[in-house]
Design a protein around this ligand. Structure first.
Ligand code: SAM
Length: 451
């Protein structure tokens, strides 16, 4: 948007840039076009722009795909954009409080914005928090924040922010922007960064909650040695340092991201809740060695067979699904890990699993919730499904439980998870059934019918 257009539009609206809303409007059209091009938005793809202002970036994004959502906090600008782009979805609201979970129903979305600097980190955390429906983000940030996001170990900019965002997102510092490309000119330089999700397997898995706590603790006094900062964990420090191949005097800023993940996994083992980074050989053997009861069309046990043979022959067998609700009536969904032999990386019930030979449905449900979510809770039966091709020839019993978390997700089973409002799930199921494991879809239908 040209400088003269920005000025005349603001005059028409009878308004001036509001400093408290971080309003610095981009007037360099080449940069605006370049920035939107970085995301490579395809026709029909959904994109979300945060803090669109007068639409400097919007005009290039609509040329690529008409499926845009704009979130603008200034009501006058939101009204202006509504008139200018009647076919776009325009939300007058705070991007830092936007419920990102509703975007799952839109498929992987691309997000961008010249962010207002007073609230950029909050907005960034909101859109990068796990689990995220976002497949790429491009943001203009204060240069100093962009440097912290993309910093290397042993530098001043490297810190908790670098690691907390970097564990899940690859951050690329694209270019620096001088104050002169904005009106009014901000006091500092800006920079454009691009964030894309890390490939699964690019780094070892670890418990995200524990990683966050340890990193924050380690960097809370960055000049102190980690040995002192992590004393509450009661680690065998010489052994930890030997495993990480670092000096015992190491400080938080000297450990790479991979070393922080390894440290988290060592602490998890030490704390008695070891998590596998990938299925060990023993686990893989256990899977193949699992024995199920094979049942007839009336769910009566006929004989036993290995998991492999049961699935190969489509023999009827038994499974449980557990729906865990929080105090607001939201349902916890899990995203299956990429290590799962069936339906990897699809969304599923809070916990689910096969009934092993000689076991019953309810004790299996109790075991699954403990093994997968790390908690125990009262269970109540809410439904049952007959064994058909749709359930993968499983007789399924569905249970409900109440728990607000937090859960300790086993990363070899579950990639991530979150509570969702029931209407968010319903919308998501109807627009993108391909995101869900078929067994969950059947349980969901039964649950909705019973509600
Ligand atoms: N995208 C426009 C451009 O490049 O010219 C405007 C960028 S300006 C730096 C930031 C924009 O974010 C302003 O339009 C401001 O009103 C808006 N804004 C400020 N706080 C916001 C918030 N919490 N949520 C959404 N928008 C916000």
């Amino acid at each position: 948007m040209k400088l003269s257009t920005i000025r005349s539009t603001l005059a028409q609206l009878g308004t001036q840039p509001t400093r408290s809303l971080g309003q610095n409007f981009l007037h360099d059209q080449n940069i605006a076009e370049w920035m939107v091009a970085q995301l490579d938005i395809q026709p029909g793809e959904t994109w979300v722009e945060l803090g669109p202002g007068l639409g400097a970036l919007t005009e290039y994004a609509v040329r690529r795909s008409p499926k845009g959502i704009l979130i603008e906090k200034d009501g006058r600008l939101a009204d202006f954009l509504r008139e200018r782009y009647p076919h776009l979805e325009i939300i007058h609201g705070d991007a830092a409080e936007y419920d990102v979970r509703q975007l799952f129903a839109r498929g992987p979305v691309k997000v961008f914005g010249n962010l207002p600097y007073y609230v950029s980190s909050q907005i960034m955390f909101q859109f990068t928090a796990e689990p995220s429906p976002v497949c790429a983000l491009s943001f203009t940030l204060q240069k100093e924040l962009a440097e912290r996001l993309s910093a290397e170990p042993r530098t001043k900019a490297y810190g908790a922010l670098t690691l907390l965002v970097g564990r899940r997102w690859r951050v690329k510092y694209l270019r620096t922007l001088p104050p002169t490309v904005f009106t009014p000119e901000p006091k500092v330089d800006s920079a454009v960064v691009m964030l894309t999700p890390r490939e699964r397997g690019e780094l070892p898995e670890c418990d995200g909650g524990r990683f966050t706590t340890m990193v924050k603790q380690g960097f809370s006094q960055r000049r102190k040695q980690l040995r002192k900062m992590l004393a509450p964990y009661e680690l065998d420090w010489p052994a930890v340092c030997a495993a990480l191949k670092v000096e015992q005097t190491v400080r938080a800023e000297e450990l790479s991201l991979a070393q922080w993940i390894e440290l988290t996994n060592i602490a998890a083992t030490h704390g008695g809740t070891p998590h596998l980074t990938e299925p060990s050989e023993a686990t893989a053997q256990d899977i193949h060695g699992e024995i199920f009861d094979v049942v007839d069309e009336n769910d009566a046990v006929r004989h036993q067979a290995s998991r492999h043979d049961v699935h190969l022959n489509n023999w009827r067998h038994r499974a449980v699904h557990i729906f865990v609700f929080d105090e607001h009536g939201q349902l916890f969904l899990q995203k299956r890990s990429k290590w799962k032999d069936k339906h990897p990386q699809m969304w599923d019930s809070s916990a689910a699993g096969h009934v092993n030979a000689g076991h019953d449905y309810e004790e299996t449900a109790r075991r699954e919730i403990e093994e997968e979510l790390g908690v125990s809770a009262e269970l109540a039966p809410i439904g049952a499904l007959p064994a058909t091709a749709k359930t993968g020839w499983e007789f399924v019993r569905i249970y409900r439980a109440s728990h607000d978390g937090p859960f300790t997700l086993n990363p070899s089973e579950i990639e991530s998870g979150a509570f969702f409002a029931l209407d968010q799930i319903q919308r998501w199921v109807s627009t993108r059934p391909q995101d869900f494991a078929p067994g969950f879809l059947e349980c969901w239908k039964t649950f909705r019918a019973l509600e």
